[in-house]
Write a protein that binds this ligand. Structure first.
Ligand code: FES
Length: 184
């Protein structure tokens, strides 16, 4: 039989976990995005299966509050189909900037997690079954599903783009996270 204290303790832990999950979801939802001057179109035919990825380059302009304001810049990104084949809703595609938020090295997409070096898996702390991004400089890792940080010295998850439309022929990347336009 569970004592009253144990029951209360378990209730508090479950409540705290639920709150943490909600706060994380809100954090992701509250990232601020800005339209790209011209959306980037990636052929849908290249992304028909789950976890298919395609690199792209987006033109953008730094914010007027950036250290070098209102400057045209080019950002290299990667878009991945995270949802199953046939589901072409925009949120089934995740697009991120390939620049590591730690010290700016270019991260790599690892579609087969079995290829991860053992020391990287050890740092993550649990088995990895889905594709991830890995930074070759100091081994920060990020999920391909959301860009969230898994392990390593990176101070945050990957900077994101937003897929704004999927037509019959193209995946359209139309917005970029504002914070990226401060620091690139
Ligand atoms: S630059 Fe990526 S982990 Fe340091």
């Amino acid at each position: 039989m569970i004592g009253r204290r144990t029951f209360l303790g378990q209730t508090l832990v479950i409540g705290a976990l639920g709150l943490a999950r909600r706060l994380w979801a809100q954090g992701a939802a509250f990232l601020r995005f800005r339209p790209l001057p011209a959306p980037v179109a990636v052929p849908l035919a290249d992304m028909l299966a789950q976890w298919r990825s395609r690199q792209f380059v987006a033109d953008a302009v730094t914010l007027d509050t950036a250290a070098t304001p209102n400057q045209p810049i080019r950002i290299t990104g990667m878009v991945v189909r995270t949802g199953a084949a046939g589901d072409n809703t925009p949120d089934r595609f995740q697009a991120v900037c390939l620049r590591c938020p730690h010290e700016g090295c270019e991260i790599e997409f690892v579609s087969d997690p079995a290829r991860l070096p053992p020391e990287v898996v050890t740092e993550i702390g649990h088995p990895v079954t889905e594709p991830v991004y890995v930074c070759p400089c100091h081994n920060s890792t990020f999920t391909a599903e959301t860009g969230e940080r898994l392990a390593g010295p990176a101070p945050r998850g990957l900077y994101r783009f937003r897929v704004t439309k999927v037509s019959e022929t193209a995946v359209e990347i139309g917005e970029v996270e504002e914070d990226l336009l401060l620091f690139v």
